[in-house]
Design a protein around this ligand. Structure first.
Ligand code: SF4
Length: 216
């Protein structure tokens, strides 16, 4: 199987429970909740996306012929630095393309594998760290993992069974609330998150540290 990768680069994990960790970021092309075209945004399930996941033209991106080629490119980006190899598979929606052979080949290269997914598709069981970020209006089937990262406030009403109350019964080790990044509203969104966390101590505030320090 071939893989369509928007971009792949070495950076620090910017947000979530593992913020600050050295990581290869591999962004797959395509998402099942929005086409990525502005003309379709108003009718999409997910309407607040700020990520370009269309095509394969980003740095380190391209069409990779097989899993070996993806894993070799990731290993080359990591370089000679020894130990603790870590890769974050994101998108778009990465589970549209991830399969068992890719997981195996990344493990063979020594990577611990994390995923950031919208949770609408089951995650490959070989993945080591699962971060689910639910999007209002979508059906989340992946209700267990390491961290649940809810962008807040969400612009659309939740489906039945998808309120924060419901999510507190899902099987995650970390419950994170992250202010929705929207021009002119960031202060209000941060305030909403702080108030939420003050009322619900299960949750923790997650900030996008990479934006604070100028990392991609
Ligand atoms: S699910 Fe994620 S990648 Fe897909 S449109 Fe929403 S924010 Fe963007």
């Amino acid at each position: 199987m071939s893989y369509a990768v928007k971009e792949m680069f070495l950076t620090l994990q910017g947000e979530g429970a593992r913020a600050g960790r050295r990581a290869v970021f591999l962004r797959f092309a395509g998402c099942n909740l929005w086409s990525g075209r502005e003309a379709d945004r108003a009718d999409a399930v997910c309407r607040f996306c700020d990520t370009d996941f269309v095509g394969t033209d980003g740095p380190g991106g391209g069409k990779f012929a097989d899993a070996d080629a993806v894993a070799a490119a990731a290993a080359a980006l990591w370089g000679e630095t020894t130990g603790h190899r870590y890769i974050v598979l994101t998108g778009g929606e990465p589970m549209l393309q991830i399969d068992a052979i890719l997981v195996e080949k990344l493990h063979d290269q020594g990577f611990e594998i994390a995923i950031e997914t919208n949770g609408t598709l089951p995650v490959d069981p070989g993945i080591d760290w699962v971060c689910v970020s639910p999007k209002a209006g979508s059906e989340v089937v992946q209700r267990r993992g390491n961290e649940l990262k809810l962008v807040w406030p969400q612009p659309a009403p939740p489906l039945p069974g998808h309120t924060p109350d419901d999510m507190e019964h899902w099987d995650f080790a970390h419950f994170l609330l992250q202010p929705l990044d929207a021009e002119g509203q960031n202060e209000a969104h941060a305030t909403a998150c702080i108030e939420f966390v003050m009322e619900r101590p299960l949750w923790r505030l997650s900030l996008q540290n990479h934006k604070l320090v100028g990392l991609k």
